[in-house]
Design a protein around this ligand. Structure first.
Ligand code: CTP
Ligand SMILES: C[C@](O)(CO)[C@H](O)COP(=O)(O)O
Length: 239
């Protein structure tokens, strides 16, 4: 699906209002130090280093007391929005509503987890190039390489093997036009069931492009992920 003669601008939007329950740290995981700086700062710096990105918006909760130390107000190219919601979807939707009239309807929004510190300008460029002018947008993702089991029972049993052909693991950034993403999230039935932006867009009948990402762009979810993220950051490969 292709459309439009409008030349879009590319914006980054980072939901950073989660509590990191699965990390079970002292505070929200986006502020944990990974490879020498806060996790969130790695993600923001990848967008700041990309010449393709017009501006970066970071969305935190109204009560957040740590953001100013990580992203000082004078930092170029970044604006903090204090409108985080109860779910990731709510956080992104609140930010899109706050940006109405600030970004154009046809401009492209790259939504990226604050908890993915391994993003690089090369991966951002790959997403933008891969999506091109496809009106359905697209996302970074990785093909599943392991054998996939369906679990059942207690104790857990391997009830079936799910064919992995055609299965991909969604990463971020996920990129859509402002208008499409707002329509998708505003119309989505259940914020708790929408774990990524692409799933809301799919519900409108669109099929976003899958662009191969890189393992270094993992989401830091569990404590053991910190070491893996640090390994990729130290290796320096751009993805
Ligand atoms: N209400 C929420 C929930 C999540 N997020 C953000 O969405 C991304 C998704 O990552 P995830 O691992 O789900 O983060 P948390 O919700 O913090 O983690 P958990 O589910 O373990 O609590 C993170 O950048 C997180 O800060 C958000 O902005 N607002
Ligand atoms: C958006 C995401 O990171 C894509 O993999 C993921 O869906 C976040 O979901 P989670 O269930 O909160 O980990």
């Amino acid at each position: 699906m292709t459309s439009s003669t409008h030349t879009p601008r590319y914006y980054a939007l980072l939901p950073a209002a989660g509590v990191g329950a699965r990390m079970a740290a002292d505070g929200p995981k986006q502020y944990l130090t990974v490879g020498g700086k806060p996790m969130l700062r790695h993600a923001v710096d990848a967008f700041r280093a990309s010449e393709l990105v017009a501006h970066t918006y970071v969305v935190v909760s109204a009560a957040d007391g740590q953001i100013d130390a990580v992203l000082p107000p004078e930092l170029d190219g970044v604006t903090v929005l204090r409108c985080g919601g109860a779910t990731r979807m709510d956080t992104v939707l609140n930010a899109l509503r706050a940006l109405r009239g600030v970004v154009g309807e046809g401009d492209m929004i790259m939504v990226h987890d604050a908890a993915r510190p391994g993003l690089t300008p090369a991966l951002i460029a790959r997403l933008i190039e891969g999506v091109g002018d496809d009106a359905a947008g697209g996302l970074l993702a990785l093909p599943v390489v392991d054998t996939v089991k369906r679990a059942a029972g207690s104790p857990l049993l391997s009830a079936a093997t799910v064919p992995r052909a055609g299965l991909w693991l969604a990463q971020t950034p996920q990129m859509f036009s402002y208008a499409l993403l707002l329509r998708a999230l505003a119309g989505a039935p259940d914020a708790n069931a929408i774990t990524d932006d692409a799933s809301a867009v799919e519900m409108l009948g669109y099929a976003p492009r899958l662009i191969e990402g890189h393992p270094r762009n993992l989401k830091v979810t569990l404590p053991a992920d910190i070491r893996i993220a640090e390994m990729y950051l130290a290796a320096g490969e751009q993805g």
